[in-house]
Design a protein around this ligand. Structure first.
Ligand code: PBG
Length: 367
């Protein structure tokens, strides 16, 4: 039997003193709260000691179900092409797209988002509104290859216009909002007809979600959900994508060399929430924040202001930064990728679009 411990030796000195000299009850409780919520009473490391405890207290999980693979499909190409600014990512051909969708599905990825690399560009991007155009063909190919995979159609015109903007240009030299939403409504119907499970308008035109919802509803596609690129910023992190999809600006002197008149100013957080909630009002079924890592605050805030499912898009520049830093020996790609994907979940995302979706899904399954 151990000796009975003197209470004054196991209590913090001040608390022992107040117990010895009782003061008011309120004073006592205040003291108790202060000491109970602080070191040494509280030791955060208690719950970090073993992997079993860490596993039990983990607040978020990352699953292959959360991942969506964005992919590029080049029209009339004979061979898949490596994209130099995104090591490990390829421009698929219309023939190879099926195999990649299948590979994603086998790895456990539930959704793919298809981007066309068009060789039939014009002022409005008409090929993407043609039921036999590239947009319709690649959706059909992806769907045929893996009927269980959700094929998400990015709805935009920048990959299909000869000037590289996300809609036709008006007399003022800017993208014509209302003409673009008429066109995007047609594009949505073409995508739905081709078998798209979800449409994802990314043009940041005002009213695009309601135009698409209306067009889908009156053509028999009321069951097709809209994932709105609700808060899409005018970001330089899209650089490698523009190489990959062939939609860089600057080669046409008659149009702006930026997208700041439709994509959002990276300085604005409140505006992002307003814009996203407008998309919700217009009938969006899911909302997306893009880019991802530099905009986790927007994602978090949006998650506190909506009950819709939320997606985050880890864009091309984010992927490239991690890839090149890994190649330079500065970081470990696998670990930072998984950490960054978990960060999206923590900030409130239900889904993450990532160029690493296939490999990440495999890594997750191995742990
Ligand atoms: C536009 C679109 C872009 C991206 C996805 N959709 C480019 C842009 O807005 O300039 C960027 C994605 C990425 O960088 O990974 N259709």
């Amino acid at each position: 039997m151990t000796k009975k411990t003197d209470i004054s030796t196991i209590l913090p000195e001040t608390l022992a003193k107040s117990l010895a000299e009782p003061k008011s009850h309120a004073e006592l409780m205040k003291h108790k709260r202060l000491t109970e919520n602080a070191f040494p009473h509280v030791r955060m490391r208690r719950l970090r000691q073993t992997s079993a405890i860490r596993d039990m207290v983990r607040e978020n999980t990352l699953s292959a179900n959360d991942l969506i693979l964005p992919m590029f499909i080049e029209e009339n190409a004979s061979e898949r092409q490596a994209i130099s600014s995104m090591p490990g990512v390829y421009r698929e051909t219309e023939q190879s797209v099926g195999a990649i969708v299948k590979e994603a599905s086998d790895a456990g990825v539930r959704g793919v988002m298809v981007f066309g690399v068009s060789h039939h560009k014009d002022h409005t991007g008409s090929d993407s509104m043609d039921p036999s155009g590239l947009l319709a063909r690649m959706i059909d190919r992806a769907k045929q290859a893996s009927p269980d995979t959700a094929v998400i159609a990015d709805l935009c015109f920048c990959e299909y216009t000869d000037h590289g903007h996300c809609g036709p240009i008006n007399d003022k030299g800017d993208v014509d909002n209302d003409k673009t939403i008429e066109n995007i409504a047609m594009q949505a119907v073409v995508a739905a007809e081709a078998g798209a499970d979800i449409v994802a308008p990314s043009g940041m035109m005002d009213g695009q979600v309601s135009a698409i919802r209306h067009a889908l509803d009156v053509t028999g596609y009321s069951h097709v959900p809209i994932m709105a690129y609700a808060a899409k910023f005018a970001s330089t992190f899209y650089g490698p994508f523009r190489d990959a999809a062939g939609c860089s600006l600057g080669h046409n002197e008659h149009v702006p060399t930026h997208r700041k008149t439709y994509q959002m100013d990276p300085a604005n957080g409140r505006e992002a929430i307003r814009d996203a909630l407008m998309d919700e009002q217009e009938g969006a079924d899911m909302l997306m924040v893009k880019p991802g890592m530099p905009y986790l605050d927007v994602l978090k805030e949006l998650s506190q202001n909506t009950d819709l499912p939320l997606a985050a898009y880890q864009v091309s520049g984010e992927y490239a930064m991690m890839k090149f830093a890994d190649q330079a020996g500065a970081i470990n790609f696998q670990e930072v990728m998984l950490e960054s994907l978990m960060a999206f979940k923590r900030a409130g995302a239900d889904m993450v679009l990532s160029y690493s979706a296939i490999e990440a899904a495999r890594w997750i399954k191995n742990v």
